[in-house]
Design a protein around this ligand. Structure first.
Ligand code: ADP
Ligand code: DP6
Ligand code: CO
Length: 341
């Protein structure tokens, strides 16, 4: 019997991946850039047992049995097995896989990124594979290819049809910008109404703004973002991050039927941050939202205490959770409860 446990962190994109040119290989229509968070906080933890006594391969996520015939799971397993020495005696043994996230799953906080990076990494350990497994993680969930690396990571879209050049590369290590911090504001920890996968598929099929973004905006923005990160130019970094998040959500609105990932609380956070930056006379905080209502704030260590105090003042701790604890501090969130749940 063999047992392995692995942990992988989430990554939060500052240039968003949204749209595939190949659904099976998971090849994107634009480059994306993210930072991988440190291992102490938001992580997936996956344990795998490989034993001749197991009668079938099973996979539990957060305590619930998952189907193992899903295309993504099977693709990852098949690609990993291609790299294994065929004489390895336990290659044919079944697996018992157990994964848990220590943060909300499928709520727009990059659980698929941490989850598939962790699964593929744990599989590679079980089968004693060395080498770059990022492209295999990509076949589980696109964003997962970036969580294989620490620090600042670019997923180059590539332009081949076989995906051989669609790769994640580190643009700066985790030590590069040690003052950078991420604050995660959980507005709602419930599973989103439409997954990233289905949302982006509809966007590709229907949004003309998506095509404009991929062709005319992201290539230049990616270059500017890399320069801003390399120069530790917070002001430019923050502006590009907020603009890209806003454009991604504009694409969601341009999708038909539209996907509403942001809610009234998300929009109140956006307004608050612009108000705060304006009042400070300089950019202190940048927000970004993935496919969900929860905010990720990129800011520098020196500003963390004041920003937390400001957030706690405007959204008293119970109010940010009032979306799901039926609180009543912010009236707009009651509307949210009525309209979305
Ligand atoms: P998110 O915004 O959280 O990434 P997605 O809609 O992109 O949400 O993906 C959610 C899906 O990712 C889950 O339904 C599940 O299939 C997969 N996933 C999440 N966590 C894990 C994990 N720890 N291991 C394997 N798969 C996971
Ligand atoms: C908004 O990687 O979750 O978080 O490849 O279909 O699994 P699939 O989608 P996923 O999409 C992430 C979208 C995003 C932006 C990003 O992380 O770049
Ligand atoms: Co995801």
């Amino acid at each position: 019997m063999k047992i392995v446990t692995a942990v992988a962190p989430v990554n939060i994109a500052v240039i968003k991946y949204w749209g595939k040119r190949d659904e099976t290989l998971i090849l994107p229509i634009n480059d994306s850039i993210s930072a991988t968070l440190s291992l102490e906080h938001m992580c997936a933890k996956t344990s795998i047992v490989c034993s001749p006594d197991l009668t079938e391969t099973k996979f539990w996520l957060n305590g619930e049995l998952q189907p193992t015939d899903s295309k993504r799971f099977q693709n990852c397993l098949r690609e990993i097995k291609k790299l294994v020495n065929p004489n390895l005696e336990y290659l044919s043994w079944n697996l018992s896989i157990c994964s848990e996230n220590n943060f909300p799953t499928a709520a727009g906080l990059a659980s698929s990124a941490a989850g598939y990076a962790c699964l593929v990494y744990a599989l590679a350990k079980i089968y004693e594979i060395n080498g770059n497994i990022s492209s295999i993680a990509r076949m589980g969930s696109g964003s997962a290819c970036r969580s294989i690396f620490g620090g600042w990571v670019r997923w180059q879209m590539g332009n081949t049809t076989d995906g051989s050049d669609s790769l994640a590369v580190q643009i700066a290590p985790e030590t590069h910008w040690p003052e950078m911090r991420v604050l995660v504001l959980v507005v709602n920890d419930k599973t989103k109404t439409y997954s990233s996968t289905s949302g982006m598929k509809t966007s590709v099929e229907t949004s003309t703004l998506l095509k404009h973004r991929a062709a005319n905006i992201v290539p230049q923005r990616t270059k500017e973002m890399i320069t801003a990160i390399k120069n530790k130019d917070y002001k430019t970094f923050a502006k590009l991050t907020m603009q890209d998040s806003n454009q991604f959500h504009a694409v969601c609105l341009d999708t038909y039927p539209p996907c509403f990932y942001l809610n009234d609380t998300s929009r109140a956070i956006i307004e608050l941050i612009h108000f705060y930056n304006q009042n400070k006379g300089e950019t202190k905080v940048a927000y970004t939202f993935d496919a969900g209502p929860n905010a990720c704030l990129y800011l520098l260590e020196k500003d963390v205490a004041e920003v937390i105090a400001m957030i706690n003042y405007v959204f008293p701790p119970t109010s940010l959770k009032s979306d799901y604890f039926k609180g009543d501090t912010v009236p707009s969130k009651k509307l949210d409860e009525v309209s979305l749940k």
